[in-house]
Write a protein that binds this ligand. Structure first.
Ligand code: PLP
Length: 367
C-alpha cells in the first residue's frame, strides 16, 4: 500500500536532530515561552523575510488572534474564498466577524481577484487570502483592491511554507500571516503548533500579549487574551526541521513535475503548472468528473488518496445559515478534487506506479 502520507517516514531524516532538541528542552527545566520559542521565532521570521514572528498554539488561533488584534467593529465583514478550509472561515466567526464567501478561480482554486470587488461593502474590513495547496494567491490585484478600499490582508499560509509570489515569500505578502505547523504541513511539528508573521511592530506587540492572557508583564493584563502559546518542545523540533524545508520543497517540486509530465489521462484535469518553482506543492490535487470511482480504483491498486475537501464550508452543519447560498464553482471543485500522495518521503518509483495506474483508469460512465 502506498500511504497518502506516512509521517513516521517524513520525520525519519530528522530523528537525531529531534532527539537532541527534545533532550535540550527536557534538561532546560523551562517548557513554555522560553529560549526555544524565541530562537524559532527569529529563524522563521528570517525565513519568511518578515520582521516579526509570534509563536502560537495552532493555525486556527494564529488567524483568529490577528483578526481580534485588529479590533474591527463587531459584525465587520471579512472576505474569504468559498472553497477554503473550514479553519479560515472559523477564524472569522471566532473573532466575532462575518465571513463573506467569494468563489475561487476555477483554474488555480485560489481566491479570484476579479470577484472580490462585487463582495466589498461598507462593512468590509479585511480579505483572507488562503494560499491553498501550496500556491500563493494572485497578490498584485488583491493588494490594489485592499489599498483602494482600505482593507487589511490576512494570509492563511498554513499550506504555503516557503512558497513565494514575485520572489517574495508567503508570510510577507499581506499585513499579517497565520501559519500552522500541524504535523502534515510542509513544516510540521510533532503535535499542534502555529505562528503569526507580520512587519507591523504594534500588531506584533499586541499579539505577543494576546497569546498569553493579554499580558505583556506577568500578572498585568492589558487585553482579554487567550492562552495560545507555542511550547518549547514543539519550537525546538521546528528549529530542528526548518533547515530542511527548502530541500523538502525542492523534492516536492520534483515529484510534482514527475506527475505533471507523466499523467496522460484525458479525463483528468491537472493542477496549474505555470508556477512550479514558486509553488510548494503541499498537495497535488487533480480533478476528475467521477472522482469517487477513481479513488476506489486507486485504493484497489494499493494507492491511498485524500480529498481536500469533500464539503465546502457553506454546506457544513456548522454554517447552517449559509445553506441556501450557491457557490457553483466551489461545489463542483468539492465533487471533483482528489489529492494524490505527494510528500518528500515518496520515491520516484512509487510516483511512477501511481501515474501508470491513473493513466490506465477509465471511468464507467453509468456509475
Ligand atoms: C491546517 C490549516 C489551518 C489550521 O491549522 P491548525 O494548526 O490545524 O489549526 C488553517 N488553514 C489552512 C488552509 C490549513 O491547511
Amino acid at each position: 500500500m502506498i500511504p497518502f502520507l506516512d509521517l513516521k517516514r517524513v520525520n525519519e531524516p530528522y530523528e537525531s536532530a529531534i532527539l537532541a532538541a527534545t533532550d535540550r528542552v527536557l534538561k532546560s527545566g523551562w517548557y513554555v515561552l522560553g529560549r526555544e520559542v524565541e530562537t524559532f521565532e527569529t529563524a522563521f521570521a528570517a525565513y519568511c523575510q518578515a520582521k516579526h514572528c509570534i509563536g502560537v498554539a495552532n493555525g486556527l488561533d494564529a488567524l483568529t488572534l490577528v483578526l481580534k488584534a485588529w479590533e474591527f467593529p463587531a459584525g465587520s465583514e471579512v472576505i474569504v474564498a468559498s472553497n477554503a478550509y473550514i479553519a479560515s472561515v472559523l477564524s472569522v466567526t471566532l473573532a466575532g466577524l462575518t465571513p463573506v464567501l467569494v468563489e475561487p478561480d476555477p483554474q488555480t482554486y485560489l481566491l479570484d481577484p476579479t470577484r472580490i470587488e462585487a463582495a466589498i461593502t461598507t462593512q468590509t474590513r479585511a480579505i483572507i487570502v488562503v494560499h491553498l495547496y501550496g500556491r500563493c494567491c494572485d497578490m498584485h490585484p488583491i493588494r490594489k483592491l485592499a489599498e483602494q478600499y482600505g482593507l487589511k490582508i490576512l494570509e492563511d499560509a498554513a499550506q504555503a511554507h516557503g512558497a513565494s509570489y514575485n520572489l517574495k515569500r508567503a508570510g510577507n505578502l499581506g499585513d499579517a500571516a497565520g501559519w500552522s505547523f500541524y504535523p502534515s504541513k510542509n513544516l510540521g511539528a510533532l503535535g499542534d503548533a502555529g505562528a503569526i508573521t507580520t512587519n507591523d511592530d504594534a500588531l506584533a506587540q499586541r499579539l505577543r500579549a494576546l497569546r498569553n492572557y493579554g499580558s505583556s508583564k506577568k500578572y498585568i493584563n492589558d487585553f482579554q487574551g487567550h492562552n495560545s502559546r507555542l511550547d518549547e518542545f514543539q519550537a525546538a523540533i521546528l528549529s530542528a526541521k526548518l533547515p530542511g524545508l527548502d530541500a523538502e520543497n525542492k523534492r516536492r517540486r520534483a515529484l510534482a513535475t514527475q506527475y505533471l509530465n507523466g499523467l496522460r489521462n484525458p479525463e483528468i484535469l491537472l493542477p496549474p503548472a505555470d508556477q512550479i518553482e514558486q509553488d510548494v506543492w503541499h498537495l497535488f490535487v487533480i480533478r476528475h468528473p467521477r472522482r469517487d470511482q477513481l479513488q476506489t480504483y486507486l485504493r484497489e491498486r494499493g494507492i491511498s488518496t485524500d480529498v481536500h475537501y469533500p464539503i465546502p464550508p457553506h454546506k457544513q452543519r456548522a454554517y447552517e445559515s449559509y445553506e441556501n447560498l450557491s457557490f457553483p464553482i466551489s461545489e463542483q471543485l468539492h465533487r471533483e478534487v482528489l489529492s494524490l500522495p505527494l510528500n518528500p518521503s515518496l520515491t520516484d518509483a512509487e510516483v511512477a506506479y501511481i501515474i501508470e495506474s491513473i493513466n490506465e483508469f477509465s471511468a464507467r460512465v453509468n456509475d
